[in-house]
Write a protein that binds this ligand. Structure first.
Ligand code: HAM
Length: 411
């Protein structure tokens, strides 16, 4: 039998219902925050991610699904949503002043060739937001607030917010120089030995090595006075809305575009549910337009796993208003007409399409959690009635055709 590719997942039954319930809840919240949806292609030119995410990042250097099309163009299945969103706002000239702040969100599949494990797949789904225009502690705190509002709404209030502020410009160069000196005597894993050469900041949040970095030089001490003030202001803004982040000097994130605050939100088991931050240079880098930006990406599957661990269910249980059993050919034909009438009235109805025995049709109706069973046979048709069994009150009555909808609606 042909099996799904390694690192992919089929979402079926409860899982797919939970997935869409999550999407519906997020859509309601993000709408109340006044964000607009954007949909970008699943594949983009390879160049976008090389320039956008950074050549030396794990994502670009070893995790991308890149292929050539029939005209030899190098294309990549998107590994993340930020660079494509930046490309789209540039290409569609959405950054004009009267559009600002441009507050966008997206849902979509992302692709990374990673070693699959729980919560880490090669195809996974992200919800993300990107805000273009303002560079203020107020918008940063709105972004962080939006992510924690989502988690609180679905019952994952046991999350922690880890926050850091990246040093920039000349000060970053100085920090990296000092960091290299600090790291030099340490025993590092093979990956970090390479990172030391190409991207030393990334050594800090290495899962293997970071345990030995408790006394690492703090980026905070290298921030300019202006950045320091901005960071303090952000923390104050968060405090005012009841958010108390954990300041984590080892948090640097795995993508190269960040230039200010960076943050990750973890569940009670330490699994990262979402991450993001400010990236003020990316729009300029990709399109020569000066535009500040910040956002976050949330792993939909990670949230579903966290919900499952907490035994929280956010989807509605399966249920039907009415399940129709037709006992003869004529009754089945009539059922078809009745189904349409019920559905047009806004009721959720289905029919025993498998022509089961009465006993198994009843069993099926239980499985589908039908509130009413409608039984139609030739005798009923002759009398212009159907039998309705209310499965909640256990009441059974003969109902004329014109009263079926009202009866099911409980009127
Ligand atoms: P990221 O940290 O690479 O950031 O991914 C964001 C979230 O996507 C992660 O916190 C995690 O929940 C989920 N995720 C990442 N990789 C996988 C995987 N292999 N399997 C399952 N879930 C995964 C970004 O992608 C940035 N674009 C976020 C951002 C938006 N920053 C600013 N704006």
């Amino acid at each position: 039998m042909i099996q799904k590719p390694r690192g992919t997942e089929d979402l079926v039954d409860l899982k797919v219902r939970e997935y869409f319930a999550l999407e519906v809840i997020i859509r309601q919240i993000v709408d109340s925050f006044n964000y607009n949806e954007i949909k970008t292609p699943i594949f983009e030119s390879l160049e976008l991610f090389k320039r956008g995410v950074g050549q030396e990042t794990d994502i670009v250097s070893k995790e991308m699904y890149t292929f050539k099309d029939r005209k030899d163009r190098e294309l990549t299945l998107r590994p993340e949503g930020t660079a494509p969103t930046v490309r789209a706002i540039l290409e569609n000239k959405m950054y004009i002043n009267e559009n600002l702040p441009l507050k966008l969100f997206y849902f979509g599949s992302m692709f990374r060739y990673e070693r699959p494990q729980a919560g880490r797949n090669r195809q996974f789904n992200q919800f993300g937001v990107e805000v273009f225009g303002p560079k203020t502690a107020e918008i940063d705190s709105e972004i962080i607030c939006l992510s924690s509002t989502i988690l609180n709404t679905i019952g994952l209030d046991n999350h922690t917010i880890h926050l850091n502020y990246l040093v920039n410009g000349e000060q970053r160069k100085k920090y990296i120089e000092d960091l290299k000196k600090y790291l030099k005597p340490k025993k590092l894993c093979d990956d970090c030995k390479k990172r030391m050469e190409v991207n030393p900041l990334r050594v800090l949040d290495c899962k293997i090595d970071s345990k030995q970095f408790n006394d690492v030089i703090d980026m905070k001490d290298y921030l300019s006075d202006q950045d320091k003030k901005y960071f303090e202001n952000l923390i104050l803004n968060l405090k005012n809305i009841g958010i108390k982040p954990i300041i984590d000097k080892l948090l640097v994130r795995g993508l190269d575009y960040y230039t200010g605050f960076v943050y990750e939100v973890k569940d009670k088991n330490g699994s990262t549910l979402l991450g993001g931050g400010r990236y003020d240079e990316l729009v300029n880098q990709l399109g020569n337009v000066d535009l500040s930006a910040a956002g976050f990406g949330l792993g939909m599957e990670r949230i579903l796993i966290a919900l499952q661990e907490e035994e929280i269910y956010i989807s509605q249980p399966v249920s039907l208003d009415a399940y129709i059993i037709g006992l003869s050919e004529k009754a089945k034909q009539f059922s078809n007409i009745l189904l349409l009438a019920l559905r047009k009235s806004g009721l959720k109805a289905d029919f025993d399409f498998m022509s089961r025995s009465m006993k198994s049709a009843f069993k099926q109706s239980e499985k589908l959690n039908a509130k009413n069973i409608i039984i139609i046979g030739d005798n009923e048709l002759k009398e212009n009635v159907v039998i309705i069994k209310n499965q909640i009150t256990k009441e059974e009555k003969k109902v004329t055709f014109d009263k079926i909808v009202d009866t099911i609606m409980g009127e």
